[in-house]
Design a protein around this ligand. Structure first.
Ligand code: PGA
Length: 251
């Protein structure tokens, strides 16, 4: 795995934005996998700025988001559809119908998940997938214990995730956080041709260490990325601080 440790997370995000823009230049109809949460916000700001400067054209790009809360409508301020619209989609020239987020209000979750997988395949697969990581090592809503071959499906959120998302950054109270979500599986994510995982801050340091050091295990979902041929980790010094010398030498 390609691990790059940056002095600041801003630099890491800029580096990731460079990579995404290079890929769009090389392939204007790129299929981009998107993540939500605090982590990709700077990357999205960078992409919006570059679009504003005329450096990148999103008109032929297609996007697929990793996950969505079950039971939240698209106009709910904590829904991931809303998050994407507010932080990226409404500021760039991507046709809305090319932006895909799982339908949190579905009445037939299995069908929705099946159709999502089919839509990804129909688009030619994800070229580059943006990822964050949870404190437990989760990627998307694949909590510890998720199987490596899991596909898009309904998942139960762990208590850790519910707490992490109700610390005032997103929901104010754990009781407001939906208990379930729709999420791409680890198998789905691993089929992306290239993966960019971003992480910032001490609270991710343990997850980064356990994901990179030791054998891949479903107990640490992100550890599966060790098996990916083109997984890149762009992280700041705080997120890297628990890595042993041997791992950080890979940077
Ligand atoms: P965060 O969440 O970007 O808000 O820290 C990441 C995650 O839980 O995947």
């Amino acid at each position: 795995m390609d691990i790059r440790i940056f002095n600041t997370f801003e630099e890491a995000s800029r580096f990731a934005a460079d990579r995404v823009c290079e890929r769009i230049l090389a392939k204007p109809n790129l299929v981009l996998g998107l993540a939500t949460g605090e982590t990709p916000l700077q990357l999205y700001r960078e992409l919006v700025e570059r679009f504003g400067r005329g450096d990148v054209d999103f008109s032929k790009v297609t996007t697929f988001n990793l996950d969505e809360y079950l039971g939240l409508p698209p106009d709910h301020p904590q829904s991931y559809r809303y998050f994407m619209d507010r932080n990226l989609i409404s500021h760039i020239n991507i046709p809305r119908e090319r932006t895909h987020v799982l339908d949190g209000m579905t009445r037939d979750a299995e069908k929705t998940c099946r159709e999502y997988e089919a839509a990804i395949a129909e688009a030619g697969g994800i070229d580059i997938q943006i990822l964050g990581i949870g404190g437990s090592g989760h990627i998307a809503f694949n909590e510890p214990g998720s199987t490596f071959d899991s596909r898009t499906r309904v998942v139960d959120l762990s208590e850790d995730t519910i707490r992490a998302n109700s610390d005032g950054r997103f929901f104010k109270d754990p009781a407001e956080v939906p208990r379930q979500a729709l999420s791409m599986g680890l198998g789905t994510i691993m089929e992306a041709k290239e993966i960019l995982l971003l992480a910032s801050g001490k609270r991710k340091a343990n997850a980064i260490r356990t994901s990179l050091e030791g054998l891949p295990t479903p107990d640490v979902p992100a550890s599966i990325l060790q098996r990916h041929r083109a997984a890149h980790l762009f992280i700041d010094g705080a997120a890297a601080f628990r890595l042993t010398q041997t791992t950080s030498d890979h940077r």
